[in-house]
Design a protein around this ligand. Structure first.
Ligand SMILES: Cc1cc2nc3c(=O)[nH]c(=O)nc-3n(C[C@H](O)[C@H](O)[C@H](O)COP(=O)(O)O)c2cc1C
Length: 330
């Protein structure tokens, strides 16, 4: 199936991914159920939510966040933190859990992580970043990757310097989300900076940011020359995007509208699997954000959006899904 120059196998150190389309780390979202859907629809690599290297010291068994199932390999497990010593142990722990790749988060902009001088804060402290990567490198022979943003703010874009550090300290690939920390998710990702990183390092570069369709997935590859692409928000409640991108890159065909029956079936399957994993009450609360996305754009969407935002048990969900099915068929 890899008969397109754009859809390629991706080799990170000695790990060969079946393709270069990657499901992003998403805190509060990319648990093992989410990842299983990304995998089912073709993602070549799935990524865990970020995990605190420091918290692992005190609670080496955080219940859901590090749960990995046998069928989801290869999986990248992501750590964040700012104390180099914590990473040695954390990396060993990730190895034991079965990580195939260990990733360092040097891009998260949220205040809770900034307070710990971790995530995107590391872009401000390149020496500390280098020490953490070197510590991780020493602690494992697994493929090691780093996910970065373009800089702290608009006046301090240091992405080329950071990318060079990542490579020099022994990382095997780099993921670039070219927004600054201060941008959060506002504005657009500056894909020119992915191109700049590609021209700066020789390790594989994974481009990320604002891929919302098969067409702009191809645009990112064409415009930046990146070796792989990573999809985050656009895959939430839309796991088909991986299949659609693969299909477009190989055949230029897109099967754009997902039949309602298929959306209902996958959403229900997702909910049932999440219930098995986390129990009905937690699962349904967590499902709400997915359900809203699964049914985005259906007729009477705002009415169903409200209903799905309050769903609290499986029976109620099944009733709403029946109502959606019947109403859309009228
Ligand atoms: C809800 C949410 C949670 C995220 N959690 C993480 C995370 O745990 N680790 C990380 O490196 N990036 C995280 N990100 C950033 C995404 O991985 C990705 O870089 C960003 O959303 C841009 O890609 P996109 O435009 O395809 O969504 C998160 C983003 C969102 C929206």
């Amino acid at each position: 199936m890899l008969d397109s120059p754009m859809l390629t196998m991706l080799k990170i150190k000695d790990l060969e991914l079946k393709n270069n389309i990657i499901s992003a780390p998403l805190a509060g979202i990319s648990d093992r159920i989410y990842r299983s859907f990304a995998k089912k629809y073709g993602a070549g690599l799935v990524c865990s939510e970020m995990i605190s290297a420091t918290a692992l010291k005190y609670n080496p068994n955080p219940r859901y966040i590090v749960s990995v199932s046998a069928h989801e390999h290869p999986i990248s497990m992501q750590l964040f933190g700012s104390n180099p010593e914590d990473f040695e142990q954390a990396v060993k722990y990730m190895e034991k859990l079965g990580a195939d790749i260990i990733d360092l988060n040097a891009g998260c902009p949220v205040p809770k992580v900034m307070k710990q001088q971790a995530g995107a804060h590391l872009l401000k402290t390149p020496r500390l970043l280098a020490t953490i990567i070197a510590t991780m490198r020493k602690a494992t022979t697994l493929p090691l990757t780093v996910k970065i943003r373009s800089g702290w703010d608009n006046s301090s874009i240091n992405i080329a310097q950071i990318a060079k550090i990542v490579e020099n300290e022994g990382a095997d690939a780099i993921t670039v989300h070219p927004r600054t920390r201060s941008q959060g998710y506002a504005g657009t990702a500056n894909w020119e900076l992915i191109k700049l990183v590609k021209e700066t390092v020789t390790i594989p570069v994974i481009g990320n940011g604002d891929i919302t369709s098969p067409e702009n997935a191809l645009n990112m590859i064409n415009e930046t020359g990146c070796d792989g692409i990573m999809i985050g928000r656009a895959a939430i409640g839309n796991p088909w995007i991986f299949h659609d991108i693969i299909s477009y890159l190989t055949t230029k065909l897109i099967d754009r509208e997902k039949p309602l029956a298929q959306r209902i079936e996958v959403a229900l399957d997702h909910a049932q699997k999440l219930i098995e994993f986390k129990g009905e009450s937690t699962a349904l609360k967590e499902m709400r954000k997915f359900l809203i996305r699964y049914f985005r754009g259906i007729s009477n969407a705002s009415y169903y959006r409200t209903k799905l935002s309050y769903v609290s048990d499986l029976k109620e969900l099944i009733n709403i899904l029946d109502e959606i099915k019947n109403q859309q068929l009228e």
